[in-house]
Ligand binder design. Structure first.
Ligand code: 9MR
Length: 354
């Protein structure tokens, strides 16, 4: 297989499984099926057999939620700890799932020693070595990497496109290039992605974020550094409208630069919606449908990945607690693993009918 077709297939067996599904009973597919996946949290994966079963049953793609972060791999500076990552990668491969690796460079989830790095040389040495060791270990197993995560400033000021992180402070804008260049050198067949959040709302700040993503991709391409995709996290706030036009234009522009998108961390933050569960579930499904419609109009996302599968476990519970006693319902399955309306929307795309 050529590098292109391998990357293009992304999910191998998983893509074929989705294609087979698309050929099943019911309406004909409108487009190529889009592989569906979820992030998997190691503690829950170990403790809850129903969680493992849901990953097996529903996913084409699995993303270790936290175990490929520096905090997990590098708590000890001298030694890499691959225990959690190996367990999830092994499970995925055994069950014919594709893998996304998250994330080679991030300003957060760093061990204390990494936050104390003091010189440019030290940061470059550690970053390069980290990417060499990690990408090499999973070469041929992890097809896609979030090479950089959340490097774009939250609310960018003119002339300050990058988020203030240890990497930006010590290496300047070059941190992005070093990361992509190193990942490409170690696994030339891997699909390399710039992953970030909030490309979907209206407003000048979000428009600036989209422009910065386009600028980064353009600059990498101009320098001959491989970049294949932009990961749109899509933590969707239920109280905010989707800027469908803005999303369509963004995905279209990326396409012109020769870069695909993928949805990497989809969930719905429902803290401001009324407590009634049916109302919330309908609103979440409708928001996800509006969002995905905008993304697929100009593009064919390589994958749609949710940040967990069941409302039983989600970062949204702690980070966006509701004012009433109701529990957040951010994900496609409810607390008892029953599919919610959002799951039906996702299945449509997985079957090529979205
Ligand atoms: O869901 C993740 C949570 O379990 C971790 O404690 C946290 C810090 O590592 O990261 C969460 O995932 C984040 C992802 O890695 C990047 N985008 C935002 C996600 C939610 O915070």
């Amino acid at each position: 297989m050529t590098a292109f077709s391998r990357r293009d297939a992304l999910t191998g067996a998983a893509g074929l499984a989705a294609a087979a599904l698309a050929g099943g009973a019911g309406a004909a597919p409108k487009r190529a099926p889009i592989p569906f996946g979820s992030a998997a949290q190691i503690e829950t994966f170990r403790a809850d057999p129903r969680y493992r079963d849901a990953l097996k049953r529903l996913c084409d793609v699995i993303v270790p939620m936290n175990d490929l972060k520096w905090e997990a791999l590098r708590h000890d500076r001298a030694r890499f700890d691959f225990s959690g990552a190996d367990e999830l990668v092994g499970f995925a491969l055994k069950n014919g799932k594709a893998l996304r690796g998250h994330a080679l460079l991030w300003g957060m989830a760093l061990p204390p020693w990494a936050k104390e790095m003091a010189t440019r040389a030290e940061a470059e040495r550690e970053l390069t070595r980290h990417i060499e060791v990690v990408v090499d270990r999973y070469k041929g197993k992890i097809a896609t990497w979030d090479v950089v995560n959340e490097v774009i400033a939250f609310d960018p000021k003119p002339g300050e496109p990058y988020r203030d992180t240890i990497w930006q402070r010590l290496l300047g804008p070059e941190h992005v290039e070093i990361a992509f260049r190193t990942a490409a050198r170690v696994d030339p067949k891997a699909r390399l992605v710039l992953n970030d959040f909030n490309f979907e709302e209206a407003g000048a700040g979000v428009a600036a974020r989209r422009k910065i993503a386009l600028d980064i991709v353009r600059r990498l391409k101009d320098k001959g550094i491989p970049v294949h995709g932009v990961g749109m996290q899509a933590h969707l706030y239920a109280e905010n409208a989707i800027d469908s036009d803005g999303v369509r234009k963004f995905v279209g522009e990326l396409g012109k630069l020769g870069v695909d998108v993928e949805i990497t961390e989809l969930d719905v933050i429902d803290w401001k919606l009324p407590a009634d569960t049916a109302t919330r579930d309908r609103a979440a499904a409708s928001l996800v449908s509006t969002y995905l419609d905008a993304v697929v109009t100009p593009g064919q996302p390589k994958a749609i990945v949710t940040w967990g599968l069941t409302d039983r476990y989600s970062w949204v519970h702690e980070t966006f607690p509701r004012k009433d006693a109701a529990k957040a319902r951010p994900l496609p399955l409810d607390e008892d693993y029953r599919p919610k309306p959002m799951m039906r929307v996702l299945e449509r795309y997985r079957r090529g009918r979205g």
